[in-house]
Write a protein that binds this ligand. Sequence first.
Ligand SMILES: Nc1ncnc2c1ncn2[C@@H]1O[C@H](COP(=O)(O)OP(=O)(O)O)[C@@H](O)[C@H]1O
Ligand SMILES: [Mg+2]
Length: 353
Amino acid sequence: MINDKQPLINSLDKNCSAVILLKSVHMGSFSPRGISFVNLRVLTAMIHVQNVSKHFGDLVAVDNISFQLEKGDVLGFLGPNGAGKTTTMRIITGYMPPTKGKVHVADVDIFEDPLTAKSHIGYLPENPPLYEEMIVTDYLDFVADIKKVPINEKKGRIHYVMEKCGIFDVGKRIIGHLSKGYRQRIGIAQALINDPSVLVLDEPTNGLDPRQIIEIRKLIKGLSGDRTIILSTHILPEVTMICSKVVIINEGKIVLEESLKRLSQKASDVENILLKTKYQGDEVREKILSIPNVSDIRSGPTNELIIQPKKGVDIREEVSELVIQNKWGLLELHPVAHNLEEVFLKVISSAGN
Ligand SMILES: Nc1ncnc2c1ncn2[C@@H]1O[C@H](COP(=O)(O)OP(=O)(O)O)[C@@H](O)[C@H]1O
Ligand SMILES: [Mg+2]
């Protein structure tokens, strides 16, 4: 027997793009006894990018990319300069039409119904749209009006974003007189003013000093939760600190899409060996490479050698014997995890080839 207070289906297979929530509801005194009404609601992805391309003349800045994000996802949109991050973000936020493809935000087509779609979005562009001559609170009041924040909610929203972004103490200052760190916070505050469920931040820590970077990262982390966030960056550690998912884009194409957990597992799958010897002639490299279980060798940043063994093979004994036999002077020999930086460089460089 079906209990009408329980959801019949809470979710489908995780790989399915739509989560169907079948929920029965009581209609109070209007409901005939014994009969309940079933309300079918389809929850789709918060952001759905489908086969989006953008051409600027002959240049293909974004090349047929697709991905989707659910509520609460924090996506690190990673790629070198010129990869197509800003262009993609402009398309997602409805500030630039794609040449091909579709974008839905909270189930609304951003180009068919831009006003509704944009009401769900907070956007911090590469260059935040700040009016330098304005006082911070006046500016936020102005943005709240543009974004049609209801008049009775405006004061509360301004208070909330100022508190959340830590800008209370500069509320009466002129924006142009503030540091880049503060201006970036004001940029994030204006993006949050309409209480968006989707936040798109284009290189939010770019151009900040190390202390400001730490503060902005902390701020962004504090904004996640129910919100869906896309954050572009060319700095890998930023992704590992803040994000739950990563999409790597290179020359307009997605070269990797992964949850951070899976990516970290992948990264630690292959354990390389770091070797440092007193003698550093070419023959060290040549002789190590001739060990049958060694598949690759390269130099690390301080002249150490990073040796990649064949999968699942421990080569430390063979390497140490070789070093001792040849009297190269063993200084260091230990495993190094294949880090995310290496995975990043690998996908970028193999995509380029
Ligand atoms: N408005 C534009 N007109 C012509 N080319 C552009 C325009 N915007 C971006 N591009 C080009 O598209 C490519 C991707 O740029 P962009 O999206 O800004 O990359 P990213 O943000 O990853 O650094 C670059 O080669 C850039 O020069
Ligand atoms: Mg950019």
